[in-house]
Design a binder for this molecule. Sequence first.
Ligand code: PEP
Length: 241
Amino acid sequence: MRPLIAGNWKMNGLTEPSVALARAIRHGLGDASVEVLLCPPATQLASVTGIVEGSGIGTGGQDCHAKEQGAHTGDISAVMLRDAGASYVILGHSERRQDHGETSEMVAAKVRAAVKAGLIPIVCVGETESERASGAQEAIVGQQIAASLPEDFDGVVAYEPIWAIGTGKVPTSADITRMHDFIRKELIRDLPEGANLRILYGGSVKPSNAAEILSLPEVGGALVGGASLIAEDFLAIIRAV
Ligand code: PEP
């Protein structure tokens, strides 16, 4: 399966810079052998989708509600994301788990809603710094996988150690490999499609470390935060595959 390089713009992007960033990525991409995805804020999703249309670049949301519609002020449903042009949605990002108290069970409900709406879910899992220091990382990630992925899950898993997100710290290649091997074993054990699902790495991926990380076995791409906001950096990460 082609590697996936996904940019998570998080809560960044007014209209003008979002349009400029999407255009720069589209025009700088050339013949990419990887799948490229932009996940702008929901307010920019339709316009970014319009800019990349026909280029092979996809767009995704950063979260969705578990319900299709109704009295949920401020929330956005998977159907709405699809309607705005998204083909993917990031779910269970650690910032959602922390800022909004999202549990893995809530993430699983959102995954079901996303799939029903025709979106491919990218489910994030990862341990805190203290969980890694105590050697609990596999137990934590194993629990998150078991509870966040419905038994018929067919989507993408992103391993994002929380302590590596936006910090410039990155696990060693050996640690990334160990965790991705562990995740693969869990997926194969629990899911019919487990052997075929892409497992992305996320956490301070930059042009300088992308080639090494993306060459590791079982790393099927990257979920990129900060570096996805700079067109040259994001394009350099794509070219590093
Ligand atoms: C992220 O938030 O998904 C992420 C990986 O961020 P960064 O690349 O900035 O560490």
